[in-house]
Design a protein around this ligand. Structure first.
Ligand code: HEM
Length: 281
């Protein structure tokens, strides 16, 4: 156990040094050209065909991994997926830096007690409660209220997208850091009040804010794209990641957004709303 701990420390250190190097390269290298990361399909569109999950397919609480499976970029049944394959496809599709994708995917393997380099998982395995999955998510009901975390909870998604308070240069609605903090505040206060088994430690708070920050870093907060991505877990046609740095989105570049979202969370205004404790959906 101790050796494993020391091993992980040096592995993390190696990833963080590598991440700093990629961040530096991103400053000097030209940005990623259009279509550099697309996985061209036979008909010339940027992404392979979207096929919604069939009965028996494995899906999880992460819209990004589900979308990869729905497009066949990861195995469509979501089963026996190699952790290293998750890293590669997350990098290629969303332009996460290899360091960032490796870290998150390895964290997934660790929470399941699996070997990142050799093992596989079914996507639904990643829903292990308080592994990466946690209470008060923005897109899913708490595990206490829901049999499966594999499907989006549409009312939450609509509530989130309706909060979009900004617009882009084309006058299209865009989510901001403040919007994400606001909805996270409400979700945390509601869950704390209504879920008798509510639990959210500091690590899972940061996981929550990091996950939601990807909606800004990878999707630019664009409501039109998020509507498709979050509700159908589909990659919009001709969509490309808004993270355009040549070596991908590094931890160092991403973390400030996560901390801003987390810093803006304040449950107080939502504490007094009525709710029935423990009523399952
Ligand atoms: C690299 C491998 C990845 C793994 C193992 C992973 C795993 C997870 C898990 C287990 C959750 C559920 C957390 C919760 O309870 O809310 C989650 C949520 C989420 N993930 Fe991922 N994820 C990965 C990559 C990505 C990528 C690349 C993106 C964005 C492009 C992304 C975006 C999200 C979002 C938006 C949520 C929902 C947050 C919420 O409901 O509050 N993830 N992820």
């Amino acid at each position: 156990m101790l050796f494993k701990g020391i091993g992980h420390f040096f592995l993390d250190l190696r990833i963080f040094i590598w991440d700093a190097w990629l961040t530096l390269l991103n400053v000097v290298l030209p940005r990623l050209p259009s279509r550099a990361r697309g996985i061209d399909s036979e008909d010339g569109s940027l992404w392979p065909e979207y096929v919604p999950p069939k009965e028996g397919d494995s899906r999880c609480s992460c819209p990004a991994l589900n979308a990869l499976a729905n497009h066949g970029i990861l195995p469509h049944d979501g089963k026996n997926v190699k952790f290293t394959e998750i890293t590669d496809k997350v990098h290629e599709t969303f332009n996460f830096a290899v360091t960032f994708a490796t870290y998150v995917s390895r964290n997934g393997a660790d929470t399941l007690g699996k070997d990142y380099n050799k093992d596989t998982c079914n996507l639904s395995d990643l829903d292990k409660h308080n592994g990466i999955e946690h209470d008060a998510s923005l897109l899913r009901q708490d595990a206490y209220f829901s049999k499966s975390q594999g499907q989006p909870h549409i009312p939450y998604i609509e509530e989130l997208l309706a909060l979009a308070s900004s617009t882009d240069s084309n006058d299209k609605k865009v989510l901001t850091v403040a919007d994400l903090s606001k909805f996270s505040s409400k979700r945390r206060a509601d869950s704390r009040r209504e879920n008798p088994q509510f639990q959210l430690d500091d690590t899972h708070k940061i996981f929550g804010s990091a996950n939601s920050s990807t909606l800004l870093a990878i999707f630019g907060g664009k409501v039109d794209d998020l509507e498709i991505f979050l509700k159908e877990e589909r990659i919009p046609e001709r969509w490309e990641s808004t993270a355009r740095s040549r070596k991908g989105l590094t931890f160092i570049a991403f973390n400030p957004t996560t901390f801003k979202v987390e810093h803006g969370i304040d449950e107080k205004p939502y504490e007094k709303e009525e709710g029935k404790k423990g009523e399952k959906a």
